[in-house]
Design a protein around this ligand. Structure first.
Ligand code: SF4
Ligand code: FES
Length: 151
């Protein structure tokens, strides 16, 4: 997990969770740019714009939190992309993405085939095509391989 911070926001990045939807790259290219190092520039947009973008990340690879003394409205800072969002939520939503993963929004316990059990929180994209190299998580292979299931 990597962190990029200003006095008003911390962006948390877990690369092995990214499903490569490119939503962040399209929605806020001045902040999320794979051509640059580091690829996240938290100074390039307002914390509110960054929050609105990360709220749309379907995999939970990007999350945010508000440091003590942040000037950001705390209601805004507890949206779907915030680190603590799912702790407070009792409802788990599962969205089936056409020709793509299952996007789970909520906290749940994942029991893997190797017997390991982990707690998941926030948004998580689970592979539906079986092609991901990071199963059970989606890594975007469905898109690169043109996987189609028509539902
Ligand atoms: S899954 Fe999240 S971090 Fe990965 S490209 Fe999409 S929006 Fe960005
Ligand atoms: S659904 Fe995305 S890699 Fe399988």
């Amino acid at each position: 997990m990597k962190e990029y911070r200003t006095k008003d926001i911390v962006v948390h990045w877990q690369p092995d969770r990214c499903s490569h939807s490119a939503i962040c790259l399209k929605q806020l290219p001045q902040v999320f740019d794979l051509e640059k190092k580091p690829w996240v520039n938290v100074e390039a947009a307002s914390p509110e714009e960054i929050i609105r973008t990360i709220d749309n990340c379907p995999s939970g690879a990007l999350k945010y939190s508000l440091p003590a003394g942040s000037a950001v409205d705390s209601d805004l800072g507890h949206g779907p992309g915030s680190k603590d969002h799912q702790v407070a939520s009792s409802t788990v939503n599962i969205k089936v993405i056409r020709n793509g993963p299952l996007v789970i929004d909520g906290g749940f316990q994942l029991s893997d085939t190797d017997g390991s059990v982990s707690q998941q929180a926030g948004k998580t994209s689970l592979c539906r095509c079986g092609l991901s190299e990071k199963r059970p998580f989606c890594d975007g292979t469905h898109h690169r391989q043109g996987w189609k299931v028509d539902s």
